[in-house]
Design a binder for this molecule. Structure first.
Ligand SMILES: CC(C)(COP(=O)(O)OP(=O)(O)OC[C@H]1O[C@@H](n2cnc3c(N)ncnc32)[C@H](O)[C@@H]1OP(=O)(O)O)[C@@H](O)C(=O)NCCC(=O)NCCS
Length: 167
């Protein structure tokens, strides 16, 4: 599979939103209430939010393109001082999962991290076993657990951390 990894541009916003919508429904139907999924997509995957993060100095927004089509996305927030970076979203379209795109996005982020960043953190739904297995394979370990309320529904999350040297 011919995959290009690059920084997102403003022209990618609609395609990034489509990846988010398709992958959220496929991943979380059965794990989260439909109202919670709809609320996250409405709030977090709006064009203005995606555009704002692409334009923001503190963010790396990366895309994986397969045959010139945005197929995977990674959003990471970089710290202002020496602190961990935070992966806020990592989504690969359902029909393209398991072909190395998630790993490729992760490695693209790692190559761009300033040396001062010693660790990367993220949170993942505790029932999302596939994603947890993927993160463990690339060196993330559980740091803590917490519960967040989304649209009135509890979301059980695991906070994970990977430290240098990154896999
Ligand atoms: C979790 C997710 C991002 C992983 O991305 P992916 O593209 O499906 O995963 P990959 O194909 O990159 O990784 C799968 C395997 O290849 C490995 N791999 C892939 N390319 C590799 C490479 N070049 N070198 C070494 N290992 C590699 C991975 O470590 C992993 O190991 P495995 O063979 O034991 O399965 C993706 O499945 C996804 O979007 N899932 C649904 C949404 C989701 O849950 N996102 C996370 C929210 S917190």
């Amino acid at each position: 599979m011919d995959v290009q990894y690059r920084s997102a541009a403003l022209k990618d916003v609609p395609a990034i939103r489509e990846v988010g919508i398709a992958t959220w429904w496929a991943t979380y139907s059965g794990l989260l209430a439909p109202q919670a999924i709809a609320a996250v997509l409405r709030r977090g995957w709006r064009d203005e939010v995606i555009r704002g993060q692409i334009n923001h100095d503190a963010y790396h927004v990366l895309v994986a393109e397969v045959e010139e089509e945005v197929t995977g996305v990674l959003f990471a927030r970089l710290p202002q001082v020496q602190a961990p970076a935070m992966i806020e979203r990592l989504y690969v379209r359902p029909d393209a999962q398991g072909h190395g795109l998630g790993y490729g996005l992760w490695r693209t982020l790692v190559e761009r991290l300033p040396q001062a960043v010693q660790a990367v953190e993220l949170d993942v739904l505790a029932s999302n076993a596939k994603a947890i297995a993927f993160y463990q394979r690339i060196g993330f370990v559980e740091a803590s657990r917490f519960v967040e309320s989304v649209a009135g529904f509890p979301m059980h999350l695991i906070y994970m951390r990977a430290s240098r040297p990154f896999v």
